[in-house]
Design a protein around this ligand. Structure first.
Ligand SMILES: C[S@@+](CC[C@H](N)C(=O)[O-])C[C@H]1O[C@@H](n2cnc3c(N)ncnc32)[C@H](O)[C@@H]1O
Length: 290
């Protein structure tokens, strides 16, 4: 691949998915895209680049999807799921008692282990019996969404993070594979969604899991995603980020929940000011507010 071809692909991926590749990742692009080019009947990456430039949309989205990293597993990092069960759901059961409904969004859900981990905990949360709990799983990649919808996992996948009792309770063995039972699958709705685009149409949520996707974006892209997430979360809702992700130095739209690692709340001070970022020194704001 020539430096110009690499630059073209790097720019395309940044624009389409937010993926921010450093200048030394040619090997990664080659290892993922050469097989794709062959499957598309193209001789090499030069032909693939030409095809994209000619406006072949299907190949272009295949390229973008092929460059996503879909690593995930059940109850990944454990802590956010402990918070969900021990503090977030109990607080929401009280706060939403009048409407008996909850909306939970898993914003980069990959092959489904994350939204289904949430679904299994919701199912086991007795106080939510009879409530309408909507769990929305979205991802940029249609391929992972299809796998998620099927809810079929290999022995290796169900051995990663899933307690054996839950495997027995919620899965059915099909040959060497395991399928989630229909009642758990039915708790999750799937749709394709790019976090780079406006997503106001999906409404507001009480809980958003947006984990292990922002790490692939540059600072400006992360700020944009946080701004949109801030408009999609209820004022008393919570956002869970991945272990290597944070809002610190990136946005003031959210602030960390004390003693709850990885959990963030919308910044109420900021909402009270109409969502605008602070423009004036604190001392001036205090004087102006009087
Ligand atoms: C590493 S996986 C994380 C899966 C899960 N959230 C977890 O923490 O285990 C990242 C996912 O983000 C998705 N993704 C990448 N760019 C995206 C974008 N711009 N919009 C929505 N999803 C994106 C990928 O397709 C991939 O499935």
């Amino acid at each position: 691949m020539t430096p110009l071809e690499y630059e073209f692909l790097r720019k395309l991926l940044k624009e389409r998915s937010g993926l921010d590749l450093s200048s030394d990742k040619q090997y990664l692009v080659e290892s993922r895209l050469i097989p794709l080019a062959r499957r598309a009947g193209l001789a090499d990456l030069a032909e693939l680049v030409q095809k994209i430039k000619s406006g072949a949309e299907a190949v272009t989205s295949d390229v973008v999807e092929a460059m996503t990293t879909n690593e995930t597993f059940f109850f990944r990092d454990k802590i956010p799921f402990d918070h969900l069960r021990q503090t977030i759901l109990p607080a929401l059961v009280q706060a939403r008692a009048h409407r008996r409904s909850l909306r939970i969004w898993c914003a980069a859900s990959s092959t489904g282990q994350e939204p289904y981990s949430i679904a299994m905990y919701v199912k086991e949360f007795a106080a939510l019996a009879g409530w309408r709990v909507e769990i929305v799983a979205t991802d940029l990649s249609n391929e992972v969404l299809e796998k998620s919808k099927a809810g079929i996992y290999s022995q290796f996948e169900v051995q990663r993070g899933l307690p054996i009792q839950m495997l027995v309770r919620y899965f059915t063995q099909i040959g060497e594979l395991w399928q989630l039972n229909p009642d758990i699958r039915a708790m999750v709705t799937h749709r394709q969604l790019n976090l780079l685009e406006d997503f106001s149409h999906i409404g507001t949520f009480d809980v958003i899991f947006c984990r292990n996707v922002l790490i692939y974006f540059d600072q400006e892209t992360k700020t944009g995603v946080f701004e949109r997430l801030a408009r999609s979360i209820e004022p008393d809702g919570v956002v869970a980020l991945g272990a290597a992700e944070s809002v610190v130095g990136i946005t003031d739209a959210f602030k960390p929940c004390p003693d709850r690692r990885g959990i963030y709340r919308p910044n109420a001070d900021r909402s009270a000011r109409g969502g605008a970022a602070p423009l004036m020194p604190h001392s001036f704001r205090v004087v102006a507010a009087r």
